[in-house]
Ligand binder design. Structure first.
Ligand SMILES: NC(=O)c1ccc[n+]([C@@H]2O[C@H](COP(=O)([O-])OP(=O)(O)OC[C@H]3O[C@@H](n4cnc5c(N)ncnc54)[C@H](OP(=O)(O)O)[C@@H]3O)[C@@H](O)[C@H]2O)c1
Length: 344
């Protein structure tokens, strides 16, 4: 049955992304009949507000997934592993922010401006990519389409909110006390730079591997050469990326500017003479990906350098997920209600 309104659940509602879901939903015109919020038992009873209505957060263990058309998940890897299959079996479409399902071959990994079509083959789960991947592929896609890509190298400068509320708490406690708070890393983040957890014999962090693999999956090109170095910086919101790429075909800088200006979801903000270039503070609260510092490489004639910045909680997480839902609702509603399930 195709309905004309949605019953929606948010899992991880008390988190940074969960709260952003409520804010972004308030701004959109999706017809929501009912909305219910979930987190762990610890946060059950917390009151959050949606359109001036007070909603009580419930313990996920007590959720009856049969009630919802769509569940927006943002509760980490373990919760996704445990609850997403149960929700899909109950007939819910899950849009998941966690990393667990992203590389599953039967789970589409979606950025609406880049590969929305892939979402139409979902089997109950649509994955939202890693925040750093989302802004990278939005900026790469129009260049890739017009000039091809031989190689992409990205270095991230990621806001500490990428590590959730505990990341922000660490930063502010360290600034206030002058001591190192040993959550997330043994190193301070205040007035410092940290790496993400590095594991595995190749000395890459999981974050770096996610960007590499997810970019190839979203752009449908497993042969694309991508490398990444990721760090966290003491900025609260807004991830920055220094991107160096080599195209297949030659280009002039104004041609790159033109494809970026015409592409969906991008704001070209590049007038460095008057100090107009994207910074975390400039993008905070926006859903577009901001691109600036466009330069031709001095070492490769098909080389381009650019600076890509986006709000990691909005475009990097909540807004991207809700844009997927909105696009399905307005362009392919049947895919919200009728689908072959990955788990029966
Ligand atoms: N922050 C970002 O920039 C960003 C970007 C993209 C994707 N993500 C992903 O989004 C997810 C949440 O991130 P966040 O920044 O919102 O983290 P956060 O601020 O730490 O919030 C985590 C949320 O998940 C809930 N939760 C944790 N374990 C749970 C479980 N077993 N069952 C149900 N709920 C559980 C927490 O509930 P309690 O209050 O009960 O603990 C809280 O609501 C993560 O998977 C993260 O990787 C984050």
């Amino acid at each position: 049955m195709i309905k004309d309104s949605l019953n929606l659940g948010i899992v991880g509602a008390t988190g940074l992304v969960g709260r952003a879901f409520l804010k972004v939903l308030e701004e959109k015109s999706l017809p929501i009949e009912e909305i219910e919020l979930f987190a762990t038992k610890k946060s059950a009873g917390t009151i959050l507000t949606y359109k001036n209505i007070q909603l009580e957060v419930q313990d996920i263990e007590k959720a009856d997934f049969d009630k919802y058309d769509v569940l927006l998940f943002s509760a980490g890897k373990e919760a996704s592993l445990k609850y997403v299959p149960i929700a899909v079996k109950s007939g819910c479409l899950v849009i998941d922010n966690g990393s667990f399902w992203r590389m599953h071959p039967e789970v589409p990994l979606i950025v609406p401006e880049v590969n929305f079509q892939d979402s139409l083959n979902h089997k109950g789960i649509i994955a939202n990519p890693n925040c750093s991947t989302i802004q990278l592929v939005v900026a790469l896609k129009p260049i890739y389409e017009k000039f091809g890509l031989r190689k992409v190298e990205v270095s991230t400068y990621q806001a500490i909110s990428g590590a959730g509320q505990k990341g922000i708490d660490k930063l502010f406690q360290e600034i206030e006390t002058g001591r190192t708070i040993e959550t997330l890393s043994k190193h301070p983040i205040a007035f410092n730079i940290n790496f993400h957890k590095i594991s595995g014999k190749y000395n890459y962090s999981e974050e770096e591997i996610k960007i590499i693999n997810e970019t190839k999956k979203i752009l449908h090109n497993t042969d694309l050469k991508v490398s990444a170095t990721c760090v966290r910086i003491p900025v609260v919101f807004g991830h920055c990326e220094s991107v160096s790429l080599i195209t297949e075909k030659p280009f002039e800088l104004d041609e790159i500017e033109n494809v970026l200006i015409s592409a969906p979801g991008i704001t070209l903000y590049d007038d460095p003479e008057i100090e107009n270039y994207p910074t975390p503070k400039i993008v905070e609260g926006h859903d577009n990906v901001f691109v600036g510092r466009l330069r031709k490489s001095l070492t490769d004639e098909n080389g381009l350098l650019m600076w890509v910045v986006a709000d990691n909680i909005r475009k990097g997480a909540a807004s991207n997920a809700i844009q997927i839902l909105a696009k399905l609702w307005y362009q392919a509603r049947e895919h919200i209600f009728n689908f072959k399930k990955l788990f029966e």
